[in-house]
Design a protein around this ligand. Structure first.
Ligand code: SAM
Length: 268
């Protein structure tokens, strides 16, 4: 059989379709998700239902957000799943997850995400962090490394700072390409993101944190004196307790929040 055809569906590269078929891995992911009717359960990119089925065995209702019209239609007529699913044929990157909330429940979101959009999708999902109990995602391993990285490491960047602002990041499981059809060219990993009830380092204006991290890491090899010169003088950086000759990867989350809050104050 053509490895790109799975259960009669031709995998669409533009939708990042790599379908999980390893039952052992699927069980481990579903156990980690801990599906429960105490939460509003949401899957992003259910595809052919590799995770959807086993999750639905444990709960009574699941929201799924699937961009591919054909796959959404297949799920809508699936003999065992259709009665348990609220199917949203939509782009998860533009989706308003808040509208799924039920009274007294938080969201539990999971998915084997399309790797081509996973970083952008993460930034979109962080906006809903306050409404979320936890999130479990299969991602490119390199992206999980970036989410979890601390200052001083090569993988540390804007994604690390923004993720760790909102969430505790817990790598759960590494998964090889052979668990998927078709097999991706990269290694994968599952990560758990646990939003904080209150961010340990609160930013007065999240837009300012987004701005300073984008500007600093946008020019990784420059010192912050240079990459942030349009926002702060070297004297201002020193007055905030920061070394102007530091490189962006040397600053901690707490230090980025100091910069963000100083920028917010300047704007007042
Ligand atoms: N969950 C299935 C599995 O594990 O076998 C499929 C995973 S596949 C890596 C990614 C899924 O996300 C596909 O079903 C794809 O059609 C869907 N998808 C791609 N882009 C999307 C988007 N922007 N919004 C929602 N779903 C998307």
């Amino acid at each position: 059989m053509n490895s790109k055809v799975h259960q009669g569906h031709k995998a669409r590269k533009r939708f990042g379709q790599n379908f999980l078929h390893d039952d052992y891995i699927i069980d481990q992911i579903v156990d980690a998700i801990h599906p429960s009717d105490d939460f509003t359960m949401v899957e992003i990119g259910p595809g052919l239902g590799a995770l959807t089925g086993p999750v639905c065995d444990r709960i009574s209702r699941l929201n799924v957000v699937e961009l591919d019209r054909d796959l959404a239609a297949r799920l809508a007529t699936h003999p065992f799943l259709k009665d348990k699913l609220n199917i949203h044929q939509a782009d998860a990157m533009k989706f308003d997850f808040a509208k799924l909330l039920e009274p007294g429940k938080k969201l539990k979101i999971f998915g084997n995400l399309p790797y081509n959009i996973s970083t952008q999708l993460m930034f979109h999902l962080f906006e809903f962090a306050a409404l979320v109990e936890d999130m479990h995602f299969m991602l490119q391993k390199e992206v999980v490394n970036r989410l979890a990285a601390g200052p001083g490491s090569k993988a540390y960047g804007r994604l690390s700072v923004m993720a760790q602002y909102y969430c505790q990041v817990v790598p759960v499981l590494e998964v090889g390409p052979e668990a998927f059809r078709p097999a991706p060219k990269v290694e994968s990993a599952v990560v758990k993101l646990l939003p904080y009830a209150a961010p340990p380092h609160p930013a007065h204006d999240i837009g300012c944190l987004s701005r300073v991290t984008a500007d600093a890491f946008g020019q990784r090899r420059k010192t912050i004196r240079n990459s942030l010169q349009h926002l702060f003088s070297a004297e201002q950086l020193s007055a905030l307790g920061l070394d102007p000759s530091a490189r962006p990867e040397q600053l901690s989350l707490a230090q980025y929040v100091i910069l963000a809050n100083a920028l917010a104050q300047q704007k007042e």
